[in-house]
Design a binder for this molecule. Structure first.
Ligand SMILES: [Zn+2]
Length: 251
């Protein structure tokens, strides 16, 4: 095997690995999105619960105040019954009337608070439903991720061993360059060539589509490692293209 073919074998194995891991990555990302949404829903739920506790506490305070007013009014009425003078009676009456107005105000307040509590309770119910639904989606997503992980685990191990063996055949400096190209350009780390004009031996890089100098062709045909002078990817010649470029092979 020539240098280019060795490198191509590493590249193709790496591509298979990346393909497998990309599918797992999608399931992984979907799962963490569900986890994130579930956390947000949990926080919303908690905030509604604390709103409800505050409203309940205010309601209790106002109800206690009303009870104290009722007690005071009861006492005032008794004292009115026992009033000795009209002046005394009138004074109690003024206080009772004042209390009635104040009690009415507090009662309004309580009604408003009860309305608020109902609205928050509805929000809580809705947030429980949303949480339950999201929980189900999250569970399915987790299952899916685990299944995919289980499915590819062995294949990934096999491919990693295969890739490492193949990589052992390649000059480390070139391997390093391939790794850099894979990180930068992913599947465009290596590219085949395209024939523009067979008779004139005009070729272009299949990745960047720019035409390549004719000198590169003989290098490619010899199997020597060749890079695209435009985009920098490693070039290879597949058998069909190589056959097509050699007129003798056709006869
Ligand atoms: Zn190129």
């Amino acid at each position: 095997m020539n240098e280019t073919k060795k490198l191509l074998a590493v590249y193709q194995t790496e591509q298979k690995l990346r393909g497998l891991q990309a599918r797992l990555g999608a399931a992984e990302r979907f799962l963490s999105e569900q986890e994130r949404r579930l956390t947000t829903l949990g926080e919303q739920h908690g905030s509604f619960e604390s709103q409800l506790r505050q409203i309940d506490a205010s309601t209790k305070e106002s109800e206690d105040e009303m009870a104290r007013m009722d007690e005071r009014m009861e006492k005032l009425r008794e004292e009115m019954n026992n009033a000795r003078t009209n002046k005394e009676y009138q004074a109690f009456l003024v206080e009772v009337n004042g209390l009635k107005i104040e009690r009415g105000r507090v009662e309004e307040e309580v009604l408003g608070l009860l309305e608020q509590a109902d609205a928050v309770k509805t929000e809580i119910e809705q947030s429980v439903t949303s949480k339950d639904e999201r929980q189900k989606v999250r569970d399915v997503a987790k299952q899916d991720r685990d299944t995919r992980h289980g499915e590819i685990k062995n294949r990934v191990k096999e491919l990693e061993i295969e890739r490492d063996q193949l990589a052992g055949e390649v000059n480390p400096r070139i391997l390093f360059e391939l790794q850099r190209l894979l990180d930068d350009r992913d599947e465009d780390a290596m590219a085949g060539i395209e024939i523009i004009d067979k008779k004139r031996h005009e070729i272009s890089c299949a990745s960047c589509m720019m035409s390549l100098p004719i000198e590169l062709l003989s290098k490619l045909l010899s199997g020597a490692l060749t890079s695209c002078s435009n985009c920098g990817c490693f070039l290879y010649l597949d058998e069909d293209t190589a056959a097509e470029l050699q007129p003798t092979a056709k006869r």
